[in-house]
Design a protein around this ligand. Structure first.
Ligand code: ADP
Ligand code: MG
Length: 556
């Protein structure tokens, strides 16, 4: 889904919607300080004409003190305004981060097939950072600028209408130039965002493989890739910075050009006795009240041109489909027969992994699932866990389609020991209990059953497992995974090669555990390559060519 520029601007302004009252306060502060600022040139004119030239010392001092007081008041108002504005920016940043984090956690799992964490973090942070600049000083400033411009123009007309027309001619010229800059900036920003995303993706991918980089001696290749990718980001950054500089330089030159004209025309008027010297200086100050706002208002286009690409990407990300949790009107799952009817599934269009699979797992049954590498066994488990939805057909539990059930409750009922289980970098206890309050006695019992107790007695339940369990052996990790799966008393246990990383003794222990769970009535579906383990199940089903072959095995 592509978003239009208009829609993006609408969304951006929508971010400010919740802060109407505070924004009004900020703008009122800005208006007061702008209004006060307006008095300064008139005071300066008095200081110059009546004070210096007219020789009235007392008046001069009064006017100087008066300007000083005005400046102090302006400064105090600015502090109040800035505090409020910074609060708005921080709130927007927090809300966007929170929204995107929640969404990220609910998004369908296939999103993560092609994205690593570095890339995701980079995109989210960059987009939110850019979008938050909608609450930048410049944006609110602009609203008051129109007011300031009016005041400035009135001031100018009072002083001299001929020179005012000269100032007004400045507006369209400036607008055209700014538009060119904004257009160019948007284009470079688009490229910059895309290149940064590529770089972050590459970075995450490379750091994840740092061991392989060392072991296979590919540091040189990675260095070259780094240079390519990083330079293409930095070059865009350089262009953006230079463009902003050019924008400012052009702005300054134009203002100075205008001032120079005013000096020359003003001088002629002074020499002809049509204008006082103080008036010319007041005129120049007022003219900055007009040119400044024009720059600021037109600069908004320039500012937005940098934010819009991020806004679009952010909302495109937010529009990605989430898992349907059926929280409100889902059906409560009821343990019973688990059945696949005509289930087909493809990760990518036209590349069928499973084709018309029909198979049922009775309540309390124990089934071994076999098949060659890549035949679709893990995919089947993914479908049963509702990580993916069947392309065709349906999966039912006790006759109800599982996609209509409250997902949370369904996943409470169905537990999994995955092939590649993820460990959070926290204690073994937390990795087993997964935020549920469970008595240590029960946790120890579960550890006993899953063969972890020897290791626990060496360390403790508080042992921190490291990044994705890096401080555990493969077998220990697998046992934590088993403990995690059974601690909640699931009714259906799915296991993807649960003994793959275990020695034969431990493997037997796990099989005994599964048998005792099965004796208690738990349905078990277990992927295995071990013929002996498969033979212990009541039934073996095989996936071949994406289809299901089933053979009953005599009770052992
Ligand atoms: P296995 O039977 O070895 O567990 P899988 O179910 O993991 O096999 O994979 C079945 C097929 O699906 C393989 O051909 C694999 O390449 C493909 N596949 C697995 N996961 C994905 C994915 N996330 N995206 C696209 N294709 C995938
Ligand atoms: Mg597999």
């Amino acid at each position: 889904m592509k978003m239009s520029n208009k829609e993006a601007v609408r969304k951006l302004l929508g971010l400010l919607k919740d802060y109407k009252k505070v924004i009004v306060l900020v703008i009122v502060c800005l208006l007061i300080s702008t209004g006060l600022n307006m008095c300064i040139p008139l005071l300066s004119k008095g200081i110059m004409d009546d004070g210096f030239i007219g020789g009235d010392k007392e008046l001069l001092i009064k006017q100087v003190v008066c300007s000083l007081i005005i400046y102090i008041i302006i400064a105090m108002i600015d502090v109040v305004k800035e505090k409020k504005r910074v609060d708005i920016a921080a709130n927007i940043q927090y809300c966007l981060s929170e929204q995107s984090f929640k969404h990220l956690m609910r998004i369908k799992t296939d999103y993560f097939s092609n994205k690593n964490y570095a890339e995701i973090l980079n995109n989210i942070n960059m987009d939110i950072g850019n979008m938050t600049s909608i609450a930048d000083d410049g944006v609110f400033f602009v609203v008051t600028q129109a007011f300031s411009m009016m005041g400035g123009i009135i001031g100018l007309f009072i002083l001299d209408y001929r020179m005012t027309l000269m100032v007004l001619f400045f507006i369209p010229v400036k607008a055209v130039i700014m538009k060119c800059f904004a257009k160019k900036r948007k284009r470079i920003m688009d490229e910059f965002i895309a290149e940064s995303e590529k770089y972050a993706g590459w970075f995450g991918n490379t750091v994840g493989g740092v061991r392989e980089v060392k072991l296979f001696g590919i540091l040189e290749n990675k260095k070259n890739e780094f240079a390519d990718r990083q330079l293409s980001v930095i070059n865009r950054q350089k262009k953006l910075n230079m463009l902003t500089q050019w924008n400012n330089i052009t702005d300054n030159v134009m203002v100075h050009l205008l001032t120079s004209f005013i000096y020359i025309v003003g001088a002629n008027l002074v020499f002809d006795m049509q204008l006082s010297v103080g008036s010319v200086f007041a005129f120049i100050t007022y003219s900055t009240y007009v040119t400044g706002p024009i720059s600021a208002i037109l600069n908004i286009g320039y500012l937005l041109s940098g934010i819009i690409p991020s806004t679009k990407r952010y909302y495109e990300f937010m529009a990605l489909e989430e898992e349907n949790g059926n929280e409100e009107n889902g059906i409560k799952p009821c343990f019973g027969k688990l059945e696949l009817q005509n289930v087909s599934f493809a990760y990518e269009k036209d590349k069928m992994v499973l084709r018309n699979v029909n198979v049922a797992f009775a309540k309390g049954s124990k089934t071994a699932l076999i098949g060659r590498n890549g035949s679709g066994k893990s995919t089947l488990i993914g479908l049963l866990l509702q990580l993916y939805q069947p392309t065709n057909g349906s999966i039912t539990l006790s006759g109800t389609d599982i996609s209509e059930m409250v997902l949370k409750d369904y996943r409470n009922l169905v537990s999994v020991v995955s092939q590649d289980v993820y460990m959070f970098n926290t204690s073994i206890r937390n990795n087993i209990c997964m935020y549920k309050e469970i008595d240590d006695k029960i946790v120890m019992e579960v550890c006993e059953n899953s063969g972890l107790s020897d290791f626990i007695s060496e360390v403790s339940l508080d042992y921190v497992v490291g990044q994705n369990g890096a401080m555990l052996s493969g077998g220990q990790k697998q046992r934590v995974a088993i403990a995690r799966a059974i601690v909640n008393h699931p009714k259906i246990l799915l296991a993807d090669e649960p003994t793959g990383a275990l020695d034969s003794h431990s493997g037997e222990q796990v099989m005994e555990l599964f048998q005792s769970l099965n004796d208690e009535g738990v349905s078990i579906l277990m992927i295995t390559h071990d013929a002996e383990i498969a033979s212990m199940a009541q039934r073996t089903v095989e996936i071949r060519d994406g289809m299901m072959k089933s053979k009953e095995v005599a009770e052992t």
